[in-house]
Design a protein around this ligand. Sequence first.
Ligand SMILES: Nc1ncnc2c1ncn2[C@@H]1O[C@H](COP(=O)(O)OP(=O)(O)OP(=O)(O)O)[C@@H](O)[C@H]1O
Length: 250
Amino acid sequence: MDFDIIILLDVIVTILVSYKFFTLIKETRAIQLLNGILVLFLIRFASKFLGLKIFNSLLDQIKTLVLIAIPVVFQPELRRALEQIGRGKVLNYLTRKDKFKTYIDKLVATVMRLSRDKIGALIVLKRSTGLRDIIDTGVELDAKLSPELLVNIFMPKSPLHDGAVIIDKDRVIAANCLLPLTKNQRLRQSLGTRHRAAIGITEETDAFVIIVSEETGMVSTTYEGKIKYGLDEFALKEKLFTKFEELDIS
Ligand SMILES: Nc1ncnc2c1ncn2[C@@H]1O[C@H](COP(=O)(O)OP(=O)(O)OP(=O)(O)O)[C@@H](O)[C@H]1O
């Protein structure tokens, strides 16, 4: 029984690999080479069957020559094929990780710039909970996220600087949005409305919020109704990495 399964697996794997191989070389010069090798293989089979010794040894020499010539002549095709195999899995994974790291680095750098210049900011990073109600309170943008755009939005005299920005992956969905204020009575009295709004939205959704204080430049984050004050660049990166590990930035 086990043996049958192994044979079946063997056949399936062979078919799949051959199919993949043919699709990779289908529109390349390599298909002609493959035809040539097949013809040589048939001639060699016939020659062996007929016992043509001298011709057989000549074919052996040709075989060695062909084996050496293939990687040299078909270097571009081989490279393309290997790249395609890699891109399917490993490369895809690596580029995604890389994009994600660049995304976090850029976002954190922007937040730190806002902090240095004491430009007040309220940045809501959407996770799985929809934020339609919140988006509708502001101005819809749906623009590609960039440090310049974010800094511009929060510039004190910009028409959109008040309220929160909503970000979904690498898109700025909306700006000037109104967030619900927290009803938590135990928070310190001195806590202003920007921070209270940042806590409020995380009590109702699974969003992650970054706050930059206009007064002090301090960077804080809120998540699940809790606030963390005074994060530096590294602490913020660490938090974002853990909260958005599976983010698929396209
Ligand atoms: N409900 C809200 N939703 C979104 N943004 C809000 C909300 N309430 C206040 N803000 C933003 O916070 C700003 C006011 O901040 P305020 O000084 O009251 O808070 P704060 O927490 O002390 O912040 P900061 O340290 O930056 O001064 C507003 O101009 C507005 O941009």
